[in-house]
Design a protein around this ligand. Structure first.
Ligand code: HEC
Ligand code: HEC
Length: 199
């Protein structure tokens, strides 16, 4: 006997209920709203997420989850620096998601080729030996909650990596602290030059 419901229809109904039961309690991230909410951030992070202030991070093309988690950490004072705790204190989680969606959709910072070819190659070698790309992506473009390093300002990169190494910056699960533990300053600087050279 032919079944009452085709398997397609059953799949369709199952899919609907799956979506419905997964519907989050927050609204979908809205990059347009995020742009408006990020106006106060532009003074330090640039009009298009590319900072012109030395030592301040670029946010353009960062994975949205990474921006979101960092803002949460600043809000909860688990990460401190640059006055970001105060900036994040007034943001709701919806604001954070909207802002993250906005920055994630902006074009990545232009690669900086400054520094000798040897130093870039040296930095690349160390990054390969240390398996940085296993978390940060093949081109260090970031993924999920792991930040983008490609094109990042090198002085920001160096400061953060030193702080993660010393524990002055607590990372969310300790994986980055252990990845940084054995690095020398010279290795960190070479990798910063390599990372900023990536598109
Ligand atoms: C007065 C300058 C200033 C303003 C305004 C500012 N920031 Fe920041 N932001 C910084 C500095 C400096 C850092 C690096 C902090 C550190 O040293 O750890 C930072 C770090 C961050 C990071 C972490 C980036 C990473 O790669 O880990 C995020 C995300 C961020 N800011 C988002 C925002 C958002 C969103 C706003 C607006 C609501 C904002 N910032 C406003 C200066 C600023
Ligand atoms: C096991 C996964 C993992 C590995 C391996 C790893 N990282 Fe990370 N890295 C992370 C995570 C997760 C964060 C965010 C940490 C946090 O704030 O909680 C991070 C943060 C960073 C930051 C700060 C970026 C920013 O925007 O604030 C730098 C710089 C960095 N990593 C460089 C490296 C380098 C260089 C290597 C290789 C030596 C490396 N990482 C290896 C997971 C990893």
């Amino acid at each position: 006997m032919k079944s009452l419901f085709s398997s397609k229809a059953i799949q369709g109904v199952a899919f609907f209920f799956m979506l419905w039961s997964c519907t989050p309690s927050w609204a979908a991230p809205d990059a347009v709203a995020g742009k408006a909410k990020a106006q106060v951030c532009a003074a330090c992070h640039g009009d298009s997420g590319v900072s012109s202030v030395p030592g301040f991070p670029h946010l353009a093309a960062q994975p949205p989850l990474s921006i979101f988690y960092q803002l949460l950490q600043f809000r909860d004072q688990r990460r401190k620096g640059g006055g970001m705790e105060a900036m994040a204190a007034t943001l709701s989680e919806q604001d954070m998601r909207d802002i993250a969606a906005y920055y994630a959709g902006l074009p990545a910072p232009a690669p900086v080729a400054g520094g000798s070819v040897e130093k870039i190659a040296h930095g690349q070698n160390i990054a390969q030996q240390q398996y940085c790309s296993s978390c940060h992506g093949a081109q260090l473009q970031g993924q999920k909650h792991v930040p983008r390093l490609a094109g990042q300002a090198s002085d920001y990169f160096v400061t953060q990596l030193r702080n993660l190494r010393s524990g002055a910056r607590a990372d969310m699960d300790g994986t980055m602290a252990s990845a940084a533990r054995s690095l020398t300053d010279e290795e960190i600087e070479a990798m910063a030059v390599y990372a900023r050279s990536l598109p």
